[in-house]
Design a protein around this ligand. Structure first.
Ligand code: KIV
Length: 277
């Protein structure tokens, strides 16, 4: 699909059908403007709970609320016409029971127009995924490094190394069998990501995983250099907008202090030019 050809937004089943085909392209977005800029280039856009760290300055994703996800979901929806929108379920909104998950997922979908929700967890969330899918809620799963569990994982470490690889494979199989239409693999060894991709029936979406995954996702502010608090090894910077913005702010401050801005072309005369009368 060329970046300029107009396409209808895919549905979760279209994403599932891309298993083994042309790699799926995805980024996170949190605002209308970013969504508009990436719409033609992505198959799906994730309103990730990374919004808490990226836009709200939170130390982790644990403080993200349903209200934040809904507000950012609504903003992103206004900027998309050809990419599918998935919205993250925030920490504490789905783990208690399948019923709690359904209530909150239904609210996210009805208030944002998302085509699907994403939730973190493998074997332990399989029952909830099956419950949601049976009731009309498409689910993208997220396994490997699951940032909502950093306190039990002991930090943002690579997951599935050595013997832990079997458990990660079991997680992937469980979410696939439960009916998830795709699964995000975050921060896992490349060989394990390839094994999982070959083993499961649904597309794997890698972030710090392998080029052999069925698709890739990155956090938008990481890849355009706007979020510079830290850079994970798996992030490639495609632009340095943070540095460009800071240089613009410094130049603006210098010009204001030197009375160079505003210049004549930015000012209004007190009479209209003859031709506009
Ligand atoms: O919240 C997020 O941005 C995510 C991606 C890293 C997959 O879950």
């Amino acid at each position: 699909m060329s970046a300029t050809a107009k396409k209808r937004a895919p549905m979760p089943d279209d994403i599932r059908a891309r298993k083994g085909g042309e790699p799926l392209v995805s980024l996170t977005a949190y605002t209308t403007q970013m969504a508009e800029l990436m719409d033609a280039h992505c198959d799906f856009v994730l309103v990730g709970d990374s919004v808490g760290m990226v836009l709200h300055g939170l130390p982790s994703t644990l403080g993200v609320t349903m209200e934040m996800m809904i507000m950012h979901g609504q903003a992103v929806a206004r900027g998309l016409s050809s990419a599918m929108m998935v919205v993250d379920m925030p920490f504490g909104s789905y783990e208690e029971s399948p019923q709690q998950a359904f209530r909150n997922a239904a609210r996210i979908m009805s208030e944002t127009g998302a085509a699907a929700v994403k939730l973190e967890g493998g074997v332990t969330m399989a029952e909830t995924i099956a419950f949601l899918v049976a009731r009309g809620i498409p689910v993208m799963a997220h396994i490997g490094l699951t940032p909502q569990s950093i306190n039990t994982l002991g930090g943002y470490k690579v997951q599935g190394r050595g013997d832990a690889g079997d458990a990660l494979l079991a997680d992937a199989q469980a979410v696939s069998e439960a009916g998830a239409f795709a699964v995000v693999l975050e921060k896992v060894p490349a060989t394990l990501a390839d094994t999982v991709t070959a083993a499961v029936a649904i597309p794997t979406i890698g972030i710090g995983a392998s080029a052999g995954c069925d698709g890739q996702i990155l956090v938008v502010d990481d890849m355009i250099g706007l979020f510079t608090a830290f850079k994970a090894k798996f992030v490639k910077r495609y632009a340095n907008l943070g540095a460009d913005a800071e240089a613009a702010f410094a130049e603006y401050a210098r010009e204001v202090r030197a009375r160079e801005f505003p210049a004549v072309e930015h000012l209004f005369a007190d009479t209209l030019p003859e031709k506009n009368k």
